[in-house]
Design a protein around this ligand. Structure first.
Ligand code: ZN
Length: 173
C-alpha cells in the first residue's frame, strides 16, 4: 500500500473524530516563513504557540519568492496576522548544492535541459540568507512597516532558535 493510500485510510478515522468548529474562518496571529524541511514541522512545539495562531508559509530554504511576498501581503492585510517571523535552520539541504549544479545535474539525468535555468534558491549561509529575507520583506511597499518582522535560525541539533541581528545598511551615514 502506498503512503498516500495509507493516509487516505487514516483520514477516515480522523474525520470521524473531527471537531466541525475547526472549520470556521481562521484567525491566525503570526505569519511564519520557514523551510519545507520536516524538522521544522513542529512549529507549534518549537515556538510554543497554538497551531491556530500560526499562518505558515513554507518553501525550500526557505526562499522569500514573489509568491511568498504575495502570501505575506494576504496574511497581514486579509487574514490579519500582526507579526512576521522568518525561520531558517542549520543543515539545510538547499546549502548542499548550487542552482547551477542542480540545473546541470537534472539536465544530464533526464536528457532534457529545457527547464534550465530553474531557480532553486540555493544558498550557503543561513544568517546571510535571513538578513536578505528581512530586507526583502521589509522593503515591500504593501507589507506594513508597523508589523514587527524578525529573523531566526533553528539549530536542528539543539532545538534552540537564535535571532539574526540585522546589519543596517543605513546606519551611521
Ligand atoms: Zn531547509
Amino acid at each position: 500500500m502506498s503512503i498516500i493510500d495509507k493516509a487516505l485510510e487514516a483520514n477516515r478515522s480522523y474525520a470521524s473524530k473531527y471537531d466541525p468548529s475547526l472549520g470556521k474562518r481562521p484567525a491566525p496571529k503570526i505569519a511564519v516563513v520557514t523551510c519545507m524541511d520536516p524538522r521544522l514541522s513542529d512549529l507549534s512545539g518549537i515556538l510554543g504557540l497554538p497551531q491556530a495562531d500560526l499562518d505558515v508559509i513554507r518553501t525550500g530554504g526557505p526562499a522569500v519568492t514573489e509568491d511568498v511576498l504575495a502570501e505575506l501581503v494576504v496574511s497581514n492585510r486579509i487574514l490579519g496576522t500582526t507579526e512576521i517571523l522568518l525561520l531558517n535552520h542549520t543543515g539545510c539541504g538547499f546549502t548542499t548544492f548550487t542552482d547551477n549544479e542542480l540545473n546541470a545535474k537534472m539536465s544530464a539525468l533526464t536528457g532534457d535541459a529545457s527547464p534550465a535555468p530553474m531557480r532553486f534558491f540555493s544558498y550557503k549561509d543561513p544568517e546571510e540568507n535571513t538578513r536578505e529575507q528581512i530586507e526583502k520583506v521589509r522593503s515591500h511597499p504593501w507589507i506594513s512597516k508597523e508589523v514587527p518582522l524578525r529573523g531566526f535560525i533553528f539549530d536542528v541539533d539543539t532545538g534552540l532558535i537564535s535571532e539574526v541581528q540585522q546589519v543596517s545598511r543605513h546606519a551611521a551615514a
